[in-house]
Design a protein around this ligand. Structure first.
Ligand code: NDP
Length: 480
């Protein structure tokens, strides 16, 4: 019997829809479908020009249906529909347009080789770049369509793989609509398989499945660790991990504060703080500390909370009751450990998962709320004296995903960009994303990169081919 789960509107706590809940057997069936589609070559052996056209068409269809997709994203996730319309949806479409361009670059090279292994022999040697096979994708709820379809699937499909996706059970709506658009664009049946379901069940089966060749995972560091264990205990499939963050944002005393204050505020409060690279630890140089704290606190107070469906809303609810409890728990832990709130700190209203944008001072690197990822609209602001002190504080974390610096001194900007141990550095901006720029983490923020050439290459295998040309056929002795 098919089991259902309810997906709910986080602004009203009302049920939006019942979704069929995929489990272990559904994942198994999806993997068989993906394997058969891969072996048939209906996608991987399609001519590059055809595959490119279909992916480009899919990007176009996402744009043609942008209003509906943005509306679904807002309903299910809570984010303002206006934000989804200008950010999530066009960025997803752009990733399909961008990755369509890579389809025709899936090429190897001719490599000059020596005769050290077989003295006197002559070879023609070349490499082939091939798709990996069946890829399992497991994705979170903060950018449900952008991460599942854009960041993960576009590169995977461009390289000729077939896919089984387990989206977050909290936000399945937009990706299910995307599945229909993929068929409409001409993606052959069996190439994309979407199985909504629970992580502990469907997700766990996908990561331990013996016939899946790679996992692309975006989510928390804790779940990423579990996925690695499942991979080690099953078939050692390949893996890309995009994990959590606790990113430092920095304001130097020479910064243009008219730009830096709202910029740093949006660096944490955009998408309700539910961004993996959110600038959640702000370091401010001593001389301007009080002015920045006042400016960011004032900015936070003006953010209009409401349903994502209302045109006036600047910040919607958090995605779920669980997330609300987690965020309020971190706020309490900050207070318990002696930090001080300058604004926010409370739940708002009786219905919906609304939490005020919150700013803390008097924090330090030992506090739980400074060490751990909160994934909500909560900022800690600390002061620093000079560059050395700053770099030590900024890098004092187990994560390494994002970072930002606001300064008018070019030399300091580049010095800090080099010294920060993180996959992305934003200088005089924050949360800028482009299909062509790689994104990923140092340290415990992940393995590998999404987006850009790096993502495309990560979904390919390289094969080395040696052809002996001199006609002598006795066995050689080199071994690997
Ligand atoms: P989770 O790690 O809880 O979940 C991510 C996905 O993994 C979901 O689809 C979830 O399923 C699934 N999952 C849960 N348990 C397992 C398991 N045992 N085996 C396999 N899959 C499982 O993260 P959230 O969804 O809460 O997302 C927030 C996290 O994602 C934050 O830490 C954030 O930093 C990170 N993130 C990282 C990004 C990056 O690029 N580095 C980008 C965006 C988010 P389900 O929830 O349906 O049970």
């Amino acid at each position: 019997m098919v089991k259902d789960f309810a997906t709910i509107d986080p602004a009203t706590e009302e049920k939006l829809a019942d979704i069929a809940q995929g489990g272990v057997e559904d994942i198994d069936r999806a993997v068989i479908a993906a394997r058969q589609a891969f072996e048939r070559g209906s996608w991987s052996s399609m001519t590059p020009s055809q595959r490119q056209r279909i992916l480009y068409r899919l990007g176009d269809l996402i744009l043609e249906n942008a209003d509906e997709l943005a509306w679904l994203e807002s309903l299910d996730n809570g984010k303002p529909v206006s934000v989804a319309r200008v950010a999530d949806i066009p960025l997803t479409a752009d990733l399909f347009h961008y990755m369509a361009g890579w389809v025709r670059t899936l090429e190897g090279s001719v490599v000059p080789v020596s005769d050290i292994a077989v003295p006197g022999a002559e070879f023609h040697a070349y490499t082939l770049r091939e798709p990996i096979g069946v890829v399992g994708l497991i994705t979170p709820w903060n950018y449900p369509l952008l991460i599942a379809a854009g960041w993960q699937m576009a590169a995977c499909l461009a390289a000729g793989n077939t896919v089984v996706l387990k989206p977050s059970e909290v936000t399945p709506l937009s990706i299910l609509r995307f599945g229909e658009l993929a068929l409409e664009a001409g993606i052959p049946e069996g190439v994309i398989n979407i199985v909504p379901g629970a992580g502990s069940d469907a997700g766990a089966r996908l990561s331990s499945h013996p016939d899946v060749d790679k996992i692309g995972f975006t989510g928390s560091t804790r779940t990423g660790r579990g996925i690695l264990k499942a991979i080690a205990d099953s078939n050692l499939k390949k893996v890309t991990l995009e994990l959590g963050g606790k990113s430092p944002d920095i304001i130097m005393d020479d910064a243009d504060l008219e730009v830096a204050i709202p910029g740093a505020a949006e660096g944490i409060f955009f998408n309700h703080g539910q961004c993996c690279c959110a600038g959640s630890r702000l370091y401010v140089q001593e001389k301007i500390f009080d002015r920045v704290v006042a400016g960011i606190s004032d900015y936070a107070k003006t953010i209009r909370l409401g349903s994502g469906q209302d045109a006036d809303t600047q910040m919607g609810p958090l995605v779920s009751k669980n997330q609300e409890n987690t965020v309020l728990g971190y706020i309490q832990s900050g207070l318990d450990e002696g930090a001080e709130i300058t604004t926010g700190g409370h739940k708002v209203g009786d219905k919906g998962f609304f939490v005020e944008p919150t700013v803390f001072v008097n924090t330090n690197s030992q506090m739980k709320m400074v060490r751990e990822e909160i994934f909500g609209p909560v900022l800690s602001i600390e002061r620093f004296s000079g560059l050395e002190d700053l770099v030590q504080k900024a890098n004092n974390t187990e994560f390494g995903l994002g970072s930002g610096i606001w300064t008018t001194d070019l030399s300091n900007a580049h010095k800090v960009a080099k010294a920060i141990r993180a996959g992305t550095v934003f200088i005089n901006c924050y949360n800028v994303f482009d299909a062509a720029m790689p994104f990923g983490g140092y340290k415990q923020s992940g393995w590998g990169r999404n987006r850009g050439k790096e993502a495309f290459e990560a979904y390919t295998e390289t094969k080395a081919v040696y052809v002996r040309l001199d006609g002598i056929h006795h066995t050689s002795f080199a071994c690997g």
